[in-house]
Write a protein that binds this ligand. Structure first.
Ligand code: GTP
Ligand code: MG
Length: 201
């Protein structure tokens, strides 16, 4: 598979906020009704176009449950970006966001891009966290905020694009060096554009 860049991403946040569902919706356009608790980490991948570049996203869906924390922490260090998720119908998952940010500070690389995602927007009538409050939290921490529904697919693609766009900006402004493994960015083996132009007589 040819691509310009490979980005390693992680999805983090409390158990039950919809991390596995958002990944399934993003990679397979499907929704899973049951909570099939993630044990350790699960993996997904997708090739997408961002800013006219082919980006291979490698996505690690981590377990939200506390007892898997020692396994999941190991994945932070080599991640270029993260979706930090909470369930907007469950205030408790929003109140834990500071702890999650602390985890990324302690275990992630200093250039990690984080996008804050309030999920389950389809359950608007059960909302416990207002958009303005979540956005203010995001702003105070220098994050972009998006509300998604892994059920309807609303803003799912956009959330991954938002992470990818910011990583590209960092690479192009030389703040992240793809040659340094720990930053979670790799240069593609072949430039897809160059490959297309190749011809034979
Ligand atoms: P852990 O693996 O334990 O960390 O949980 P998780 O964050 O991966 O949660 P998961 O994706 O398994 O979803 C938990 C529950 O929420 C499931 O019953 C899903 O069907 C439900 N769910 C996830 N996203 C949405 C959504 O956008 N809307 C609605 N209505 N339900 C959702
Ligand atoms: Mg899960």
């Amino acid at each position: 598979m040819s691509y310009n860049y490979l980005f390693k991403l992680i999805i983090i946040g409390d158990s039950g906020v919809g991390k596995s569902c958002i990944l399934l919706q993003f990679t397979d356009n499907r929704f899973r009704k049951d909570h099939d608790l993630t044990i350790g980490v699960e993996f997904g991948a997708k090739l997408i176009d961002i800013k006219e570049k082919k980006i291979h996203l490698q996505i690690w869906d981590t377990a939200g449950q506390e007892n898997f924390r020692s396994i999941t922490r190991a994945y932070y260090r080599s991640a270029a970006g993260a979706l930090l998720m909470f369930d907007l119908t469950r205030r408790e998952s929003f109140d834990k966001l500071s702890d999650w940010l602390q985890e990324t500070l302690e275990n992630g690389n200093p250039h990690m891009v984080i996008v804050l995602v309030g999920n389950k927007l389809d359950l608007e009538e059960e909302r416990q966290v207002e958009y303005s409050e979540a956005e203010a939290f995001a702003k105070a921490n220098g994050l972009v905020y998006l509300e998604t529904s892994a059920l309807t697919g609303h803003n799912v693609q956009e959330a991954f694009l938002a992470v990818g766009e910011q990583i590209i900006d960092k690479v192009e402004s030389l703040r992240v060096d793809p040659k340094i493994e720990n930053y979670g960015v790799k240069l593609g083996v072949k430039d897809p554009k160059t490959k297309k132009k190749k011809c034979c007589k």
